[in-house]
Each structure stands twice: as structure tokens, then as C-alpha cells.
Ligand binder design. Sequence first.
Ligand code: SF4
Length: 286
Amino acid sequence: MTAEDPLVPPPTRAPKPNRRPRPKKRKFSDPGRSFAKRLERYRPGLIPFVLDGLASKYGRPSWERRLDPTSELILTILTQSTADTNAEAAFEALRRAYPGGGPVEAHKPGAGWGGFGLPDGAAPDWARVEFAPIPELTDVIRPGGLPNQKAPRLQTTLRKIREERGDYSLEFLGDMPAIEARDWLDEIDGIGKKTASVLLLFCFGQPLLPIDRHVDRVMRRVGVLPPKPSLDEAHDLVLGLFEPDQMYEAHVNLIQHGRKVCHAQRPEHDACPLRARCRYVDPKAP
Ligand code: SF4
């Protein structure tokens, strides 16, 4: 063996062969799409089955604007935790107590609405509603139920619109992307994804699916929605399940089905077109 010559540099190490980078874990930025893919893998064709089954019973509703968006929002707040008929009575009381001078509107509630529909009339004077003394406004909307909660909520909502926009019109929301518009509304105290989605779907045909207790019940029973997620999360999950032009039909027909057949108590399974694939009657349904 020869001694190492200190002047001769040691041989350089051969560079390590390039390692194949580890495949990154796949990330889904959109929980709705991820969930939709899983559902389609494990229960193929479930969404068209639900849509077609409900359409065979209720037809395919076509979209029509219900009211101007500010009236729609206020009416939707009035429906919170009460029957639609009570909300109609409260809205009519607002019209009488604070008459507005705008155009007369026809209310076209459509099949999913649980009331009779409002008579033709102009929207209330929103400035007078916003600045009314709370005890007075509470009395006016008492027929709608929960007036002590809803009177301040109405005023907060109208204040936010006026302060941000300079007037009470919400027509600008129709020009925004659906999720951005929903987020704008979601920032108002007491307005959640459901109320925001109702307004955007019914006033502008935005591709959102409001989930009320009827829609929620039917979807979870059939297994279109998993049992755990909150209502808030469910509003994002459903966005990947339906095509944008199916949202209105899905919402209206699911509500009708929850009201007429898939009751909370004693659902009428025998009258249900979804029975063959419903996980509530058969936990192993395909
Ligand atoms: S089969 Fe029964 S539980 Fe399932 S969706 Fe129909 S009515 Fe509801």
C-alpha cells in the first residue's frame, strides 16, 4: 500500500444518482369534487338516479326569478325557524307598516315554497325598516315568529348593504362569481350559507344548492351526503355532485320530496322512487 500524498486531492465522490422524487400526495383543493369522485366510485350513477327518480314524481321545474334580491333576502330571514306562511305574514306586515314606492312585484315562489305566495306589491321602504325603533319593528314582524331575534337581524342586514353599497340594492351580486357572492352575504351577522344560497339561486340562478332540513334529510338518508358533515360543510360538498344547471331542479325536487314523502317521522317508503338505492331502508343499497 502506498502512503497517501497530501498534495494529491482525494478522489471526489461519485455524485449520487438522481433519486426519483417521491410522488406528492394528491391534494384536492375542492372538497366537493373529491367527495363527488368517491361517491361515483363506490355508488356509480347515484346522482342521475336521484334526479331522474324525483323528476318522475315531480317533473323538472324551470327557473323563474321569485322577487328582487333584497326582498328575497329579507323574506328568507323571516322564514328562519318558522313556516313559510308565517314569513309571508311578516313580510306583508312590513309592506303595510313601511310602504315603499318602487315597482309592484309578483312573487313566483315555485314548487319548493311552503307558503301561498305573496300578493303582488312593492317592496317595503327599506330605509324606514332599517331606522325603525326596535320595539316597533319587533311588533310589526311578530306574526313571523322569533321577532326579538329577527328585528335586529333585519336592521343589521340592511345597514351592511347600505354602508357597503350606498343603497339597498343587491343586484350587483348577480355579476359576481357564485362563491364570492355567497361569501359577501355570509359576512352579514345571522346570514349563513343556506340563506345566501337561497338568494343567489332564486334571484340569479347562481349554481348553488341551499340545504334546508328537508333537502338535508333526503340526501343523508339516501346516502348522497355522508352522515357526519355539518350543514355548513354539506353546502360545499354538494357543489361537486351536481352540474351547475342541475342545482335548481335538485333543490326544488328534494324539498318537495322531504315535505311530501320522506317525512322526518314515518317516511312513505312505498311511494318513493328512490327506495331501490336508499341506505335508510337498506344500509347495503347499491
Ligand atoms: S326510501 Fe324512504 S327514507 Fe329513503 S328517500 Fe324514500 S321515503 Fe326517504
